[in-house]
Structure formats: C-alpha cells, structure tokens
Design a protein around this ligand. Structure first.
Ligand SMILES: [Zn+2]
Length: 177
C-alpha cells in the first residue's frame, strides 16, 4: 500500500537504496543518475469522533486495510489542506455527516508505521443528514462504550483515540497501519 519508489520522478532512472543520516541509520531511495533523494515521508490522516447522547459515530470499512472493521470516519489529508478540513471532508464523504470540530482528541503515531492520525472531537450539525454508508463504508452506527467493546476495531489509533475521548481503555487490535 505504501510501496517505496522504484524509479526517479526527476529523470526516470532506477533508484538505489543509500544509507543517510548522522549515523547512517536511514535507508532512502537515491537516484545515482541525477542525485535526487526520494525521502519517504509519513502519510497524514485525520478523522472525527462525533459524540451524541453518550454514543460515538463509527463506520465499518469497505476497503483494505481493515475491511469489515470499525473506525471513526477519516482519511488521508491532501497536500495544502488543513487537518481539520480533511477530517470534516472525509467524514462527509464516508457517511454523509456534516459536523463541526470541537477540539483535538490526540495525534497518533507508532514506531515503524507509515501513518500519523490526528483525531478531533466533533458534533453533528442540525442540518446534517442522518449518517449513512457512503464512500468506502459498509455500515454506520452510534455506539455506547459498552457496545464498542463488542466491535472489531480497525486500527490501534481507533482504540487509542476512543480511549482518550471516553476515558477508559478499549481492546487494541493487532498492528496494521
Ligand atoms: Zn534521477
């Protein structure tokens, strides 16, 4: 899913791995022909935890990774887009929910994993349609913390953000992204 580049985007030649950094601890693809260094940056994602009457809106994923598992609505941030705008856009795309951001729950990153996720507390706006399964979504639902205990959560960040929001732990799924 997050494959390393094989060819140089500047000149089209095949890349080779080279050790860089103060202690030569990082391996990055470098073009021997033109010298371009192809840094492998993290992927940034953002999402919304929407609360209503003690329940949280979650969506069941219709795509890998995490197909068939539950997560808060969210997705990748476009370059030039704010985290907040991305969180709201993805929420609308995945389940039709039109929301307002109330604050940051947390930012989640894990050793060796490519994705950094920023998660926001949010409120459904009065003009929002009732959430429905839209893009990349099989099902939507509002869940109490006890009900969430019975769900397969998609990612560690899902469990960690829910724990920070609700002040109690949730079962952490095996490492994925
Ligand atoms: Zn090149």
């Amino acid at each position: 899913m997050y494959a390393r580049p094989v060819f140089c985007t500047q000149c089209g030649q095949r890349l080779e791995e080279r050790l860089v950094g103060v202690h030569h601890e990082k391996s990055v693809p470098v073009c021997a022909a033109c010298g371009a260094v192809h840094w492998i940056d993290p992927k940034v994602a953002a999402g919304c935890l929407i609360l209503r009457d003690g329940t949280v809106l979650l969506v069941k994923r219709a795509i890998e990774p995490g197909y068939g598992k539950w997560v808060f609505p969210g997705g990748h941030v476009d370059r030039g887009e704010t985290l907040e705008a991305a969180a709201l856009r993805e929420t609308r795309e995945e389940c039709g929910a039109v929301a307002r951001i109330d604050g940051l729950v947390g930012a989640y990153s894990y050793p060796g994993r490519p994705v950094i996720v920023a998660v926001y507390r949010a409120t459904l706006l009065p003009e929002s349609p009732a959430p429905y399964p839209a893009d990349e979504t099989l099902e939507v639902g509002w869940f109490t913390p006890e009900e969430i205990d019975g769900l397969d959560l998609a990612f560690r960040s899902t469990a960690d953000a829910l724990a920070d929001l609700l002040g109690r732990p949730f079962r952490t799924p095996p490492p994925d992204v």
